[in-house]
Ligand binder design. Structure first.
Ligand code: ATP
Ligand code: MG
Length: 250
């Protein structure tokens, strides 16, 4: 039995000025699926993630997340985009933590201000989440007092605090030393076990091979390859994917 998609893009097109960045991209993501998205710089990976949670508008097609749908006429602040952002969390390469708030403060901000939780409830859940990402000793630290790997784990806990159905990660380990990358990737593997739907743009081919159910290659605004890691990474069908993999794997 095939489960219905939790995220679906139908012919999504995005242009900046006259340049087509996403060229009629269609993809369906099933609940609990871990998708690694790879591809050359400028291929549209970040734009695709941003289109999923309504952080940028689209010029054609539709994005469907659960009951909500964004079409080309939607602004970033329209109701569907807002509702989608409530169910789709996002973690960025550069953390984007609030510098003036502690780790716990960062994690509790949206649950209190956006979801209307009480401070007590938000903090209790926030502590749980920080423990889950291995930061049980760091509740009161400010971002400036944390390593890159720790900051990124706070950012993950902050996204999880809104109980997202889907988590989008945009190259979240790329600014980190190899050692710290592991801390963050380990957290993602735990989330995978919990059944969260993850779409991650990554250059970590080893992680994609190990943890992803599916690898999608985006190049020139099109999906040029899509399949299980063993197929896409070890037996790529397209010349574009072969060339990309040669370049990353060296
Ligand atoms: N706000 C914007 N205004 C104009 N052009 C943009 C904007 N955002 C992205 N682009 C362009 O869209 C194209 C795709 O960018 P995108 O950031 O989606 O690529 P990417 O695959 O994530 O690349 P990278 O691997 O380098 O992060 C690039 O040519 C970029 O310059
Ligand atoms: Mg990018």
């Amino acid at each position: 039995m095939t489960q219905p998609a939790i995220v679906e893009l139908r012919d999504v097109t995005k242009r900046y000025h006259d340049k087509t960045i996403l060229d009629a991209v269609s993809i369906a993501i099933r609940p609990g699926e871990i998708t690694a998205m790879i591809g050359p710089s400028g291929g549209g990976k970040s734009t695709l993630l941003r289109s999923i949670n309504g952080l940028n508008t689209i010029d054609g097609g539709e994005v469907i997340v659960g009951e909500n749908r964004i079409t080309q006429n939607a602004t970033q602040s329209n109701d569907a985009a807002r509702r989608i952002r409530r169910t789709v969390g996002m973690v960025f390469q550069d953390f984007q933590l609030f510098p003036h708030l502690t780790a716990l403060g960062n994690v509790c901000e949206a649950p209190i201000r956006v979801a209307g939780k009480s401070r007590r409830e938000a903090e209790s859940r926030g502590r749980e989440l920080l423990k889950q990402v291995g930061l049980g000793e760091r509740f009161d630290h400010y971002p400036s007092q944390l390593s890159g790997g720790q900051k990124q784990r706070v950012a993950i806990a902050r996204a999880l605090a809104m109980d997202p159905q889907v988590l989008l990660c945009d190259e979240i380990t790329c600014a980190l030393d190899p050692e710290l990358k592991h801390e963050v990737l380990d957290v993602l593997e735990d989330l995978r076990r919990e059944g969260l739907t993850l779409i991650m743009v990554t250059h970590e081919i080893g992680f994609a091979r190990r943890a992803a159910d599916r690898v999608v290659v985006l190049a020139g605004g099109k999906i040029v390859e899509d399949g299980p890691p063993a197929q896409v990474l070890d037996a790529p069908q397209t010349e574009r994917t072969q060339r990309f993999l040669q370049n990353v794997l060296g």
